[in-house]
Design a protein around this ligand. Structure first.
Ligand code: AMP
Ligand code: TRP
Length: 333
């Protein structure tokens, strides 16, 4: 069955292995299926919910687009664009925010995490961030949204908002509740330094993550220094319980090698972490370094990247513009 795919990545720098294995790798696989219509958005409006440096933001928008292309998304087959170029995203977000109850937003765990202890100082944008995400998705009638596990709650909210809009305005099926596409096993890649924390762009320790632009030496060094425990690698998945660092490294290896965790345990059960680490570093080099080399090549070609983003925005504008006009008519504008 053909799918309408929409997903977004924030241009906030330091794209890492978690972004790749949790989301971008999935984008590539979906975009390789000719039946699917795919739209991948650099969500720059989301990025400014926390303060961004102007020049860095510009650079990060290009770098995110370069990462999509370097990872294998073909811009002549999929739409790649940045959100701020298509007005309908912000407009749809306002309309949807007027019919979304605050109670729904108060439940969002990512806001609580990102706002930290002093919620009063967090921006209003950060609070209503999930509504902008709902607008992104619903404007394109996306049927499927590939994301990492941390976005599951935002997608449930998107579904609720779609259903409420349809009910409030008596327009059954107008907004389409999307299905999340979250990889069953490897949708949450953890920090290399602490198996209880998500691998994240904003972790102050660069050793906690493999950046997609890391050099070969950096990758080798980070894997070598990744936290493990003192027991040998088990033979069974159940025995990984309460061993988050071991589970994470074995999960990363499985995901990057496209094999099940059981198969990885067949390969490494009873062995030492140094064996796993050597093999993992080698596999990462073979899969990540070509992407990294390509990103570095593309990032200097501003004209090419800007052209892709502009052409993508023109195509996105046609779809989202039509939907927002219908939406405005429905509410009485
Ligand atoms: P962001 O960088 O927050 O815009 O995230 C872009 C995509 O990467 C989203 O689909 C996230 O769910 C996914 N993602 C981010 N961090 C991780 C992680 N540590 N493990 C798996 N997926 C992740
Ligand atoms: N909120 C997502 C994240 O931080 C990014 C995002 C914005 C997104 N809009 C989206 C993802 C629409 C999927 C669909 O990872």
């Amino acid at each position: 069955m053909s799918k309408k795919i929409f997903s977004g990545v924030q241009p906030t720098g330091n794209l890492h292995l978690g972004n790749y294995l949790g989301a971008i790798k999935n984008f590539v696989e979906l975009s390789n299926d000719k039946e699917n219509e795919c739209i991948f958005c650099v969500v720059d409006l989301h990025a400014i919910t926390v303060r961004q440096d102007k020049d860095q933001l510009k650079n990060n928008i290009r770098e995110t687009a370069a990462t999509f292309i370097a990872s294998g998304i073909n811009p002549s087959k999929s739409i790649i664009f940045n959100q701020s170029k298509v007005h309908a995203h912000a407009e749809g977000s306002w309309i949807l925010s007027c019919m979304s109850p605050m109670g729904w937003l108060n439940r969002m765990t990512q806001f609580k995490e990102k706002a930290g202890k002093d919620k009063e100082k967090a921006s209003v944008g950060l609070y209503i961030y999930p509504i902008l995400m709902a607008s992104d998705i619903l404007l394109y009638d996306a049927t499927h949204v590939p994301v990492g596990d941390d976005q599951k709650q935002h997608l449930e909210l998107t579904r609720d908002i779609a259903q409420k809009f349809n009910k409030d305005f008596n327009c059954e099926d107008f907004l389409k509740p999307p299905e999340p596409l979250i990889k069953k096993n490897f949708s949450r890649i953890m920090s290399l330094k602490d198996g209880s924390k998500k691998m994240s762009k904003s972790d102050p320790s660069d050793l906690s993550r493999i950046n997609l632009t890391d050099t070969k030496d950096q990758i080798i060094n980070k894997i070598k220094r990744a936290k493990t425990d003192t027991f040998p690698i088990p033979n069974e998945v159940q025995k990984l319980k309460d061993r988050p660092e071991a589970e994470n490294l074995l999960g990363i290896y499985s995901s990057i090698s496209n094999q099940s965790l059981t198969k990885t345990l067949d390969e490494f059960g009873g062995k030492n972490f140094s064996d796993l680490k050597n093999q993992l570093a080698e596999t990462l080099l073979s899969k990540i370094s070509p992407i990294s080399d390509e990103i570095k090549k593309l990032i200097n070609d501003h004209d090419y990247l800007d052209k892709i983003l502009l052409e993508g925005a023109d195509k996105a504008e046609v779809i989202a513009g039509k939907k927002i006009r219908e939406m405005k008519k429905i509410i009485g504008f």
